[in-house]
Design a protein around this ligand. Structure first.
Ligand SMILES: CC(C)(COP(=O)(O)OP(=O)(O)OC[C@H]1O[C@@H](n2cnc3c(N)ncnc32)[C@H](O)[C@@H]1OP(=O)(O)O)[C@@H](O)C(=O)NCCC(=O)NCCS
Length: 156
């Protein structure tokens, strides 16, 4: 990795950097304006990992009504499998606990094995299925698994 990895809280001012990383993770990425708007919502917080000056990891989450939702997470392909996502998730889950959340939820595409493995390794378990949730354009639609982590019985 070029430069030491640093992880910090992101604000709306980081929308462009967050969008840059998001675009490395998803075929239909969220643009900077959409990410900027998200920060105006209640309970939304973001994390940005940088290698030197370069943004390489991002996560956006929301805490509401005692639950934390992972809205999105992405890591630049050049630095994957080095624990960046695990660090982002650990920080986000810690913040959620501090905010009083009792559970964390997320949706993951049924065919996204790397992400499902990441969440399972953190203790998330399958809690439901949303059929045809993601639109993959010409490839059709794919189901989403809903995954849940109990934050009351897990260590930080
Ligand atoms: C999913 C994603 C965020 C993982 O980021 P990462 O920084 O590479 O993940 P980490 O290095 O922190 O991996 C932590 C653990 O997750 C699991 N994992 C991550 N990538 C994996 C892969 N390709 N295959 C199998 N397991 C994987 C492993 O258990 C891993 O631990 P290990 O490396 O000690 O075996 C990254 O692949 C990505 O950005 N994908 C595209 C966007 C995406 O799918 N986001 C999630 C949408 S729900």
């Amino acid at each position: 990795m070029s430069g030491e990895l640093q992880l910090g809280w992101a604000t709306a001012d980081d929308a462009a950097a967050l969008a840059q990383v998001h675009a490395e993770g998803f075929p239909q990425p969220w643009d900077a304006a959409a990410i900027h708007r998200l920060f105006a919502g209640p309970g939304v917080f973001g994390l940005l990992a940088r290698a030197g000056e370069r943004p390489v990891g991002m996560a956006l989450c929301r805490v509401a009504a005692g639950e934390m939702e992972v809205l999105t997470i992405a890591v630049d392909p050049t630095v994957r499998r080095r624990g960046v996502a695990r660090s982002l998730m650990a920080t986000a889950l810690g913040a959620a606990r501090e905010a009083g959340a009792e559970a964390a939820f997320l949706e993951v595409a049924d065919d996204n094995a790397p992400a499902a493995a990441l969440y399972a390794s953190l203790g998330f378990r399958r809690a439901g299925l949303r059929r045809n949730y993601y639109d993959r354009g010409d490839e059709g639609r794919v189901d989403a698994l809903v995954m849940r982590l109990d934050l009351t019985s897990q260590p930080s």
